[in-house]
Ligand binder design. Structure first.
Ligand code: FNR
Length: 388
């Protein structure tokens, strides 16, 4: 596929903002507190220099890889994004089709809009399911069974959200409040995006939290949903929960939200099949380090024992290369996929993923490496590697 406009994640971000009501665009773009970690995530990758090499036979460069045992066109998976289904009409169904076309795994969030069955019907390959631990364990049990029956073979258990981080953009827009001012503000923002209102909110099926709708009768209402999250997300969860999950989940289990070596070791000890080095895209504890700077130590400690994915701030195929060169087995991409989906639906997302694959291939070609498994720190200018 030739390159064409819109090409970059930033192109799609601008287009998405033009289509979405402001509270949704801000919900998507925003981070916690001062958004320092959010910015550091992006610059953390950009600060890493690559080594250009020449006159090496790079006639056959192959970006294919395996993630959680699944064959992919490149080692990139779509990260779970709550409310992603609101970015375009039946958003997650469109996203899984785009992911299938690009041959990369899609992850459905616990707080997705499209229910598991709808995503299954749209998909032609297994997708991944992401779990937040909810206090009602019977309900979690049911959710896991539904995910397994929908053909999910990989569970991403997110462990960095005992409670939601302070996202001040959401507060400013009244996204998490049902007071009169907030309602008026949201209504005003909605009316300024009649295209979105018609296409996504009116023409599609009702916007409820598909996977949770039995548990959350009020789930069509964003405000009461936030209150439900505050009371139902289980902040008492410990490493023992992994054993409980293991008894109920026959597939692969990947722990998402690890940033410290000791936690990575603990994940290996409890038998996780993989980890995602992540600070939740800078949406939880502002002030924690960029994932690019935490990755090398974690790789050194557990890289031989488990599969390591990383996310946060990865914005193009060169960033994917950088993550692989620092020892990750693959990456997850968050905001960029939702920007592409919001801007141009399934076609936009397919195109963005295609561009990333071409960029990754080009980075491999110009650093003189032909297989994903051969990408290493030798392809980086190492003194710059740990810079924030
Ligand atoms: C998220 N993230 C997230 N993670 C998760 O495990 N479950 C979820 O429901 C969500 N929801 C969510 C919504 C939005 C709008 C964003 C931006 C992020 C975190 C996500 O999976 C991932 O870790 C980050 O998005 C990665 O950072 P980048 O690629 O967005 O910079």
């Amino acid at each position: 596929m030739p390159l064409s406009y819109p090409a970059t994640a930033a192109d799609y971000q601008i287009l998405a903002r033009r289509k979405l009501p402001r509270f949704l665009a801000d919900y998507l773009d925003g981070g916690a507190t001062e958004e320092q970690t959010l910015r550091a995530n992006v610059s953390g990758w950009q600060d890493i220099a690559l080594r250009q090499r020449v006159l090496i036979d790079v006639d056959n460069v192959d970006t294919r890889a395996q993630l959680a045992g699944q064959s992919c066109s490149m080692p990139v998976a779509l990260a779970p994004l709550g409310l992603a289904g609101m970015m375009a009409q039946r958003g997650e169904a469109q996203a899984v089709r785009a992911a299938n076309a690009a041959e990369v795994p899609f992850t459905l969030s616990t707080v997705g809009i499209c229910p598991l069955d709808e995503v299954k019907a749209a998909a032609n390959a297994p997708f991944w399911f992401q779990l937040y631990m909810i206090r009602d364990r019977e309900y979690v049990d049911t959710l896991l069974k539904k995910a397994w029956n929908a053909g999910c073979q990989t569970l991403i258990f997110t462990i960095d959200l005992p409670l939601p981080g302070p996202r001040h953009r959401d507060t400013r827009n009244g996204l998490d409040s049902s007071g009169a001012r907030s309602v008026a503000l949201k209504a005003q923002q909605l009316l300024s995006r009649p295209g979105w209102l018609w296409q996504v909110a009116i023409k599609g099926k009702p916007l409820t939290f598909g996977n949770l709708s039995d548990a959350v009768p009020e789930a069509s209402n964003l405000d009461s949903f936030k209150q439900w999250v505050d009371t139902q997300f289980d902040a008492s969860v410990t490493w023992q929960a992994i054993e409980w999950l293991r008894e109920r989940w026959p597939g692969k289990l990947i722990l998402k939200g690890i940033l410290e070596v000791d936690d990575a070791k603990a994940a290996v000890n409890v038998g996780a099949d993989g980890i995602v080095v992540s600070n939740h895209g800078g949406r939880q504890l502002d002030g924690v380090a960029a994932t690019a700077s935490k990755l090398p130590d974690i790789v050194a400690a557990v890289g031989k024992d488990t599969e390591i994915l990383v996310d946060g701030g990865i914005r193009n195929g060169v960033d994917v290369f950088r993550a692989l060169a620092l020892g990750a087995n693959g990456v997850m991409v968050g905001r960029p996929w939702a920007w592409a989906l919001a801007a141009e639906g399934q076609a936009g997302l397919t195109r963005l993923l295609n561009t990333w694959q071409q960029e990754l291939k080009l980075a491999m070609t110009l650093t003189g490496v032909t297989r994903i498994a051969d990408i290493s720190a030798a392809h980086l200018d190492l003194p710059n590697t740990h810079k924030l």
